[in-house]
Design a protein around this ligand. Structure first.
Ligand code: ATP
Ligand code: MG
Length: 421
């Protein structure tokens, strides 16, 4: 997630280790055809026909067509597409609630499609948590029992499962609700129970099929924020189905868009919004705000005037005047940003008795910097208060580049060819 900091802030010493982003789920040439004698659809005669033609000629329905995807460990992966495009079928294949017609799914290097029933059941319990749109809670069991359900079916003793379930209920903000029944909870709270139930086994992978689509908008937004926070802590691999573009852009590290059972585009929210693959996707992103997805990384440029502190006030002043600039970014020898040198302060340094060789940090103006992942929307408020471009720094405060207001407006102006009246 993006981060804005002022230069004077200390680096937190509790930084999380880089998560291992190797592919955890590898889907290859996956097909799912529903209907009688569906295997024949995979033969030469029908395979290349459209979904409608196949249905007309064979009565079979193509749920998924030749899906190839790789999902990384710790990734928040979104599946989007119109109704009937295959999102639920894909998610159900990932846990083999539906068996594929051909192709393979590897999870942590194990071929799911080849697993025997017993192995599959154990693998499912260990690996997955699933959250559905319609909570799927047991109405005659308490919130605590619902959350503990996954442990009960694994034969875990009552005391241990209640202890774990209580903990996970606390994580999702339901402490104090353990002994209530689902019917007395609001929709948002019921879905928190659903989430707690999915998390109780501490699964590596969370499958979420439109979990928030039944909630009203305010609660939905709150649940999204909480899920982002939770994911920051838990770093699960999440496969999340949604119809809602704003939800996808807000939550997703990457988004795969499906149409008629096929993957049409895979990309980061920024890639999807700025480089839609075709008209279908353009239609999808019509209401998307580029300012919410374009990051500092993709529009930053080198600072026009950049000086090392030891180059001294005289050089800085000369450069400022020659370039008619109000400020120059000053860095130390390891390229860490020290601040902005301004004309008046530099002049003062020069009239001081004694030769000033290095520009001292005390003579520099401290400016707000952003991380490369900061979205434009968050840079707006900084740039309007700031007479300089916004510096982009890495986690060690090294200056990577700057974002100017010109670049911002250029990047969010309508795309070429778009109706611009
Ligand atoms: N059990 C089934 N039997 C026959 N066809 C099915 C079955 N399940 C799904 N399909 C078909 O597979 C295609 C994909 O359906 P799926 O439910 O995966 O779509 P979806 O993208 O999840 O849609 P929605 O947004 O409406 O939930 C559809 O054409 C659907 O009719
Ligand atoms: Mg569905």
């Amino acid at each position: 997630m993006s981060e804005i900091k002022t230069q004077t802030q200390e680096e937190p010493d509790t930084a999380l280790p880089e998560i291992n982003k190797t592919s955890q789920i590898v889907i290859k040439d996956l097909w799912k055809v529903f209907g009688r004698d569906s295997k024949r659809v995979l033969g030469k005669k029908y395979k290349d026909l459209s979904k409608d033609e196949i249905q007309e000629k064979t009565g079979c329905i193509v749920g998924l067509r030749d899906i190839n995807l790789e999902i990384k460990k710790g990734e928040f992966y979104i599946l989007m597409g119109l109704s009937g495009s295959g999102k639920s079928t894909l998610i159900r294949n990932l846990i083999r609630l539906v068996n594929s017609s051909s192709g393979s799914i590897e999870i942590n290097g194990k071929n799911l499609t080849k697993m025997k029933q017993e192995e599959l059941i154990e693998f499912r319990r260990q690996t997955y948590g699933m959250v559905f749109q319609h909570y799927g809670l047991l109405p005659h069991q308490t919130v605590l029992d619902n959350a503990a359900y996954g442990l009960k079916v694994r034969g875990i003793v009552k005391e241990t499962r209640y202890e774990k379930a209580s903990k996970v209920l606390e994580t999702v903000g339901l402490k104090g609700w353990e002994n209530y029944y689902p019917g007395s909870l609001s929709g948002g709270m019921q879905q928190r129970v659903g989430l707690a139930r999915a998390l109780v086994n501490d699964p590596e992978i969370l499958l979420m099929d439109e979990p928030f689509s039944g909630l009203d908008p305010l609660i939905k937004r709150q649940m999204q924020d909480e899920l982002i926070e939770l994911q920051d802590k838990l770093q699960k691999t999440i496969i999340f189905v949604t119809h809602d573009l704003h939800e996808a852009l807000k939550l997703g590290d990457r988004i795969a868009i499906l149409r008629n059972g096929e993957v049409v585009q895979v990309g980061t929210p920024e890639e999807i919004v700025t480089q839609p693959a075709d008209g279908y996707i353009q239609e999808f992103i019509r209401d998307a705000s580029p300012a919410k997805v374009i990051t500092a990384r993709s529009i930053m440029e080198p600072a026009k005037i950049l000086l090392y502190a030891w180059e001294g006030p005289k050089t800085a002043l000369t450069l400022l005047r020659a370039n008619k600039r109000r400020g120059a970014f000053i860095v130390d020898k390891s390229h860490k940003l020290l601040g902005v040198a301004q004309e008046d302060k530099l002049e003062k340094l020069l009239i001081k008795p004694g030769k000033v060789e290095i520009i001292p940090k005390s003579a520099l103006r401290q400016v707000t910097s952003v991380s490369p992942d900061t979205i434009l929307e968050d840079i707006f408020s900084i740039i309007i208060k700031n007479p300089y471009p916004v510096p982009v720094v890495d986690e060690n405060n090294k200056l990577l580049g700057v974002v100017t207001s010109d670049q911002i407006f250029e990047s969010i102006s309508p795309m070429e060819g778009e109706d611009n009246v």
